[in-house]
Design a protein around this ligand. Structure first.
Ligand code: NDP
Length: 285
């Protein structure tokens, strides 16, 4: 039977470690502040933002909330970001995506100071990851690495296949696995003989956004399978990109959905907020 990698339990461990560090910093007179901006009232975004604020509260990180109406102009949003960039008491800035259709998401991401970009989406941080320099890393792939390490899965030298090549999950995931000395293949919708490619993986990370697409036929016996997907099935129930029922009997370890990668994403956001203080120190000295 496969080991079930419990993201809820591991994320709680991470959050408790962060809480202790935040308390230590407070004793030394340093408070960490995350500014969270939401434009419009997309219901999924509202839930994500609420969970992020709750997690901040749990760990003692102060959160500032900016809930802007749907009709906010891009200029107004950019002006707010600029103002938060300048504020010395704000360590991290998070603009919840997606933004309303008429806004240029890339322009908004680029406007966030790379030193406060706790989502790790700014091109400067992506570039730093690419060339092995310090910088913020996208929270979901960072959470996957943390899950693997804390579950005792060794990464170095392993064949890893990342299924999906988005800027926020697939690509940074591949770079992080490479940084951990894995041999990495990135597969996507144009990959030929996909099942043969994924069957090579010792560690298979799936981020395609297609409910239950990866069935047992895609998986090598004993592989570690990480399911990043968060989808709704035909009964509106949360489900991943991996078909748990056919994959679990074959693989060595697997993350469930919900309760796998999802909780780690928020834990790593808090981790990045803590990092922002460390980074500030380097900038000052
Ligand atoms: P995107 O839609 O941006 O990217 C999907 C990727 O999957 C693309 O690279 C696409 O290939 C590839 N793909 C799509 N269909 C196929 C197919 N049939 N065969 C092979 N490859 C395919 O999605 P995201 O990366 O943003 O998200 C992926 C999933 O992860 C979603 O379910 C999302 O909800 C979830 N997610 C979960 C998070 C968490 O906290 N756990 C955070 C972020 C996302 P191509 O590039 O060729 O089009």
């Amino acid at each position: 039977m496969a080991m079930i990698i419990d993201g809820r339990e591991i994320s709680l461990l991470v959050k408790n470690e962060i809480k202790e560090k935040v308390e230590e910093l407070k004793k030394r007179g340093k408070e960490i502040t995350l500014a969270v901006i939401q434009v419009g009232d997309n219901p999924a975004s509202t839930v994500y933002v609420r969970n992020k604020k709750k997690a901040c509260e749990y760990t003692g990180i102060r959160s500032l909330s900016y809930e802007l109406p749907e009709e906010t102009s891009e200029e107004e949003l950019l002006a707010l970001v600029e103002q938060l960039n300048e504020r010395p008491d704000v360590n991290g800035i998070l603009v919840q995506l997606p933004l309303p259709p008429l806004m240029d998401e890339d322009a908004v991401i680029r406007a966030i100071s790379p030193l406060k970009d706790v989502d790790g989406f700014h091109p400067q941080n992506v570039g730093n990851l690419c060339i092995g320099q310090p910088g913020f890393v996208s929270c979901t792939p960072l959470g996957v690495i943390e899950l693997l390490k804390r579950s005792g899965v060794s990464i170095a030298g392993k064949k890893c296949v990342v299924l999906g090549r988005s800027n926020i999950v697939g690509k940074p995931m591949a770079l992080l696995l490479l940084r951990e000395n894995a041999t990495v293949t990135v597969a996507h919708s144009k990959t030929e003989n996909l099942k043969e490619v994924t069957q090579e993986a010792d560690i298979l990370v799936v981020a395609v956004g297609r409910p239950g697409m990866v069935t047992g036929e895609y998986v090598k016996e004993g592989a570690v399978v990480i399911d990043v997907g968060i989808n709704r099935d035909e009964n509106n129930k949360l489900c991943g990109d991996v078909d748990f029922d056919t994959v679990e009997p074959i693989c060595g370890a697997i993350t469930p959905v919900p309760g796998g990668v999802g909780p780690m994403t928020i834990a790593m956001l808090l981790h990045n907020c803590l990092e922002s203080v460390e980074r500030e120190k380097y900038e000052v000295s």
